[in-house]
Design a binder for this molecule. Sequence first.
Ligand SMILES: Nc1nc2c(ncn2[C@@H]2O[C@H](COP(=O)(O)OP(=O)(O)OP(=O)(O)O)[C@@H](O)[C@H]2O)c(=O)[nH]1
Ligand SMILES: [Mg+2]
Length: 346
Amino acid sequence: MSPAPVSAPAPPARLRAASAADLVDAAVTGNPRALARLISLVEDASPQLREIMALLAPRIGRAQVIGLTGSPGVGKSTSTSALVGAFRARGLRVGVLAIDPSSPFTGGALLGDRVRMQEHTTDPGVYIRSLASRGHLGGLSWATPQALRVLDAAGFDVVLVETVGVGQAEVDIASLADCTLVLLAPGMGDGIQAAKAGILEIADVFVVNKADRDGAEHTYRELRHMIQLSGTRTTEEEWRPPVVKAVASRGDGIDEIVDAIAEHRAWMVGHGVLAARRRRRAADEIEQIALAALRARMGELFDGSLLDGLAGEVVAGTTDPYTAADRMIAGLAEGGTIVASSASHD
Ligand SMILES: Nc1nc2c(ncn2[C@@H]2O[C@H](COP(=O)(O)OP(=O)(O)OP(=O)(O)O)[C@@H](O)[C@H]2O)c(=O)[nH]1
Ligand SMILES: [Mg+2]
């Protein structure tokens, strides 16, 4: 059997090598237009990415990726903006990705984010970009790592990724980031509930934001109590997420967050966790790309009529969905041999 052609199609000839190389050359000097263009190519899942990522590969691995997640309105953008200021004060170049969770209920959020980020938009050491994950084969899990690669290769020391803490996006960001900040706020009613729903597993640092509000102390104590009780983080070997109180809108607690991130990083490096995380992240990335390529390949090889034919057989009871899926997979490995039931091997 010939090797399975499971990779995505080669870029069209009209996309010349020089254009990708020029774009990459400009992006790695921090040229914001080139960066914007590259990230747009990511959003569009452009076939040109294959070439671009090959050019970027030797340049990556420096950026520290910090994820911020939490319920809508908890103060993620305000904290992100304050953190940008804090990292800039330390002489670091900072990239920001605000992930559009592509859901209708946050439709207006990005405009507000831009306004909040305004103070940094004229700083050449800062690049801020919202990323639409909508329409991607793998959503956040597909587009975000590719956009991170672009910013990493462009030499940003820190990349902050803001994503609304709803379901899968929250889990995805935890698997991408070197450090995941989970923000809670008092009086939101869902803070500790959310903690029960699994944020203890993903948080490297907790931030109780809006500490100027009533109930902040209560949220803080309750969270600390939960961390102490949590079975998975009880040994000395394990990282116990610290809880930092902050008033992001006033900049209070931001230095403490930066310190907590640094401590977490030192712990990870000391325990070999950073390298392991990055390896796992690369494995996820490869898997996502391979799955997307397989799906695209399946779409090319089997036009709707084949799938429809198999579906007809399953509905009629002449085959079962597992057998039908096996036939699709076998057909894929054979480069698209039509596996209608008459041509079945058995
Ligand atoms: N009182 C108080 N308000 C704050 C604090 N931090 C942020 N806010 C306000 O809370 C509101 C929401 O803040 P954002 O930073 O937009 O929150 P977000 O989590 O990014 O919101 P989404 O992106 O829409 O999910 C804004 O009006 C902020 O000014 C704080 O520490 N104290
Ligand atoms: Mg926001």
